[in-house]
Design a protein around this ligand. Structure first.
Ligand code: WTA
Length: 642
């Protein structure tokens, strides 16, 4: 824990949307005391409604509705409402492809692109309530696809381009999607990442998909299936530019985003319309302190929730100018991000601790090559940021002048929950600081009782909030059991945390079998089930090992079926297998073979011990419940042989 605190400079406070601790406390206290008034007033001020709601929320734990009976449209809020203001010709997206190509798209132009594509979707017979799976590179047509779906009430589900055909198939099937929107490929580290072939492979077993729309990005040869596959540019020919946004009920599902849980099956997190767009918009102002003249850049991929809320919906609804970049941070060399900051004069920059640690490792010469003086605010998301990386970010990138907003939130929460308002809250490196107004967080023990100051406990939310997920796709029972049963009536985040004497939150990591690798959530069960699908594997146990750059790395312990296996080649084959079953970002760093795995008498694999082996190379924990101690010693010893 770092003792040093960083209050905002008087100059920053003067220009900020929320000024000083009093400004923060006023909002927080009002939200706590009068939630209906607080959220109702903000919804009226910040969001366009076709029809006003009858009441602000309806809470039947664990199910909630926000702005009940209200009619709105997210695409309208992100586009149409700006067209009658001075934002009409403001840049919405400053896009740069990895090869260096550029596009500058105004709000008016983005609106035109979205209306055209929405009409193309309509032309395929798609309508409110249908499901579109989107598997695309980071090109402007990706936000266009999201906004076109939102315009019509088609539920979209973006699958990160790094997922394999198998993972894509599972998601399409779970949703019974009617359409897949994809591209020939995209650029990453100078190479083409092909996407359409994975779609073709996935669709062999997806009978519900009637249409595939393919955007041409790389221009490489692409097989098209007659009747099913259409080029984006062909559908776009002669299509009307008029496509009114549908007035949708506030609770209409907007998107489903899959995330790893504690079982082998990913969870389909369902977000809806009115409440989501309200908090996405507000957090742009409160946390990123967005001003009309700012150039804002979030480096995430739209395949993850950060990209949904903080590249597409939040910035556009708030009328921001955003940078969007297609490729890798180290291409063609390690200064790419800083080159972009300099070139577009970025003011607000939002990235992950993994990226920051990778930059620290490459050295200060890369940022020093560029003028970063346009930056005024920095952000971090996805995993805890260690104080050393924080200090580097603050000094080398922020020139000691930019506050850093460390933002804690989740796919489930939809928007930022715990983070400093930069013109109000003094920073402590490594802490997300204080909850947003309306977020009633707590740190409790298993009985739901708050733990003492600085004690570790479960991070929970005591009240529903507007951008909260509503359920799991077609699985309300799992929703209830996973999140609401353990501490009845409260939302269990799955993170451990402690709160210090100033009420600041410190996130200590997950309490379940979910790992966080490079800020991506991976489930041990999902990895283990992928491994045991391989014909050579009898059993697998996966644990996370601390990693200097990615936070955690995946280590898999594997026992094999009878046979003469060559461990070296099989190890590599299993790593590739995981890439095939899930995606290359999930590849284990290490595969360790063993005759048996340590188990309790009841037959449960003792991951805690394996974790200890990979972390410290020794075992000191309680081993009285272990079935075979010999196994453990052997596993620990194996490491020395490597
Ligand atoms: C972790 C990403 C510490 C946490 C937006 C959470 C963080 C999970 C932070 C959600 C942070 C996210 N500090 N830990 N600032 N932000 N996490 O769903 O464990 O991909 O539960 O959403 O990431 O990951 P998800």
């Amino acid at each position: 824990m770092s003792e040093r605190t960083y209050p905002p400079t008087p100059e920053f406070v003067r220009g900020a949307n929320v000024q000083g601790m009093d400004g923060y406390r006023d909002l927080f206290n009002l939200a706590e005391a009068q939630p209906e008034k607080f959220w109702g007033d903000l919804a009226e001020k910040e969001i366009f409604w076709f029809e006003k709601w009858s009441h602000v929320f309806e809470w039947n734990p664990p199910f909630v509705k926000w702005f009940v009976g209200g009619k709105t449209n997210v695409s309208y809020n992100c586009l149409d409402r700006h067209l009658t203001t001075s934002r009409k010709n403001k840049l919405a997206i400053l896009w740069e492809g990895e090869p260096g190509d550029q596009r500058m798209i105004t709000y008016q132009e983005l609106h035109r692109l979205v209306c055209r594509f929405a009409n193309a979707l309509k032309g395929r017979g798609l309508k409110t309530g249908d499901r579109a799976v989107i598997y695309m590179p980071m090109v402007p047509e990706l936000p266009v696809a999201l906004l076109a779906c939102a315009r019509l009430g088609i539920i979209h589900s973006v699958v990160f381009g790094g997922f394999s055909a198998e993972a894509l198939k599972a998601r399409i099937q779970d949703l019974d999607a009617q359409v897949v929107i994809t591209a020939d490929g995209g650029w990453r580290r100078g190479k083409e990442v092909r996407l359409k072939p994975a779609v073709d492979e996935a669709l062999i077993e997806c009978p519900t998909v009637k249409h595939v729309i393919v955007y041409r990005r790389t221009g490489s040869e692409t097989a098209m299936q007659e009747g099913r596959d259409h080029w984006w540019h062909t559908l776009d020919e002669g299509v009307s530019e008029v496509c009114p946004a549908e007035p949708l009920d506030s609770e209409t599902p907007l998107f489903v985003l899959y995330t790893s849980g504690t079982t082998g099956k990913p969870k389909g997190i369902v977000h809806t319309t009115g409440g989501y767009i309200l908090q996405a918009t507000l957090s742009m102002k409160w946390v990123f302190d967005l001003h009309e003249e700012d150039t804002y850049w979030c480096t995430a991929d739209i395949g993850w929730v950060t990209g949904h809320t903080y590249i597409v919906y939040g910035p556009l609804s708030a009328g921001a100018t955003s940078v969007m970049y297609e490729g890798a941070p180290d291409f063609p060399q390690f200064d790419r991000f800083w080159r972009i900051v300099d070139k577009y004069k970025v003011n607000i920059f939002y990235t992950s601790p993994t990226a920051i640690r990778a930059f620290v490792k490459q050295g200060d010469q890369w940022p020093k090559m560029h003028d970063l003086s346009s930056l005024r605010l920095l952000g971090s998301v996805g995993e805890p940021i260690n104080p050393a990386a924080w200090e580097w970010y603050h000094k080398v990138i922020g020139g000691e002048r930019c506050p850093i907003v460390d933002t804690w939130w989740q796919t489930e929460t939809g928007s930022i929950m715990i983070a400093p308002m930069p013109g109000a809250v003094p920073l402590k490196p490594g802490s997300g600081t204080l909850p947003m107004p309306g977020v009633l967080a707590d740190v409790v023990d298993l009985s739901g009782k708050p733990v003492e100051v600085n004690r570790e406990g479960f991070l929970i939310m005591r009240r529903p909030w507007p951008s909260m997920f509503r359920t799991l796709w077609r699985d309300p029972q799992r929703y209830e059991e996973n999140y609401w049963k353990r501490i009845p009536g409260n939302y269990l985040t799955g993170d451990a945390a402690r709160r210090d004497a100033d009420g600041y939150y410190w996130i200590l990591g997950r309490i379940d079998d979910v790992m966080n690798v490079s800020g991506h959530r991976l489930s041990t069960m999902e990895l283990e089930s992928a491994l045991v699908r391989h014909p050579a594997v009898a059993e697998a146990a996966v644990v996370g090992k601390p990693h200097e750059i990615t936070g955690q790395a995946v280590v898999a312990f594997v026992t094999l079926k009878k046979g003469a296996w060559d461990h070296d080649t099989l190890g590599e084959e299993l790593r590739k297998w995981v890439a095939h079953e899930i995606g290359s970002f999930a590849k284990p760093e290490q595969i360790r073979f063993s005759d048996t795995l340590p188990k309790t008498r009841s037959g449960k694999i003792m991951r805690r011990l394996l974790r200890e082996i990979v972390t410290t190379n020794s075992v000191t924990g309680d081993v009285t419940t272990l079935e075979d101690l010999g196994v453990l010693t052997k596993l620990a010893a194996q490491h020395d042989d490597e």
